[in-house]
Ligand binder design. Structure first.
Ligand code: CA2
Length: 157
């Protein structure tokens, strides 16, 4: 079994499904965790799903991912727009990093259009609600498995 994919969640995401359902939907973070775990399992991975309201705790978990994770999915929430310290921690990783958002920050207020996390991320999945996490973990799993060995069309018979 490969190392787990870390799925880290930033401040206020513990309120998911409880407050502001018009923006973030009615699915709770526990339900997101269960769906994401199920998708990861079909891809041969487990997940380590965590949430904190504290920047330093998230940074400690990012640092732990250096040795303990196959890949990292992170919804940094508001910290994505503000935290250079979180970016610095992410830059120390060599594993794939997928930035994940429930909403589409590019379609919201202008201050959400930039994230520091995107400077370290391999890619982003945004705007699909809870499904963003499933797609992000699928991308992370595929990246962690390395390049496909399937022949490209130009290599065919
Ligand atoms: O769309 C996302 O996933 C965000 O990361 C959510 C952040 C926001 O600051 C980002 O721009 C986009 C906010 C997380 C707060 O989550 C809540 C959930 C329910 C009720 C209140 C807050």
């Amino acid at each position: 079994m490969p190392k787990p994919i870390f799925v880290l969640n930033g401040p206020n995401l513990n309120l998911l499904g409880v407050r502001e359902p018009h923006i973030y939907g009615t699915t709770t973070l526990d339900e997101v965790r269960d769906r994401t775990a199920a998708r990861a399992q079909t891809l041969g991975f487990s997940i380590d799903f965590r949430q904190s309201n504290h920047e330093g705790v998230l940074i400690d978990w990012v640092q732990a991912a250096r040795t303990d994770a196959s890949a990292l999915v992170i919804n940094p929430a508001g910290l994505g727009h503000t935290s250079i310290a979180l970016l610095d921690a992410l830059k120390a990783l060599t594993i794939p990093i997928v930035e994940c958002h429930l909403s589409n920050p590019a379609a919201r207020e202008s201050f959400r259009r930039h994230t520091y996390v995107s400077l370290a991320a391999t890619g982003q999945v945004t705007g699909f609600g809870a499904v963003s996490y499933e797609l992000a973990v699928e991308a992370a799993a595929r990246l962690a498995q390395g390049p496909s060995t399937a022949p490209s069309p130009s290599q065919g018979a």
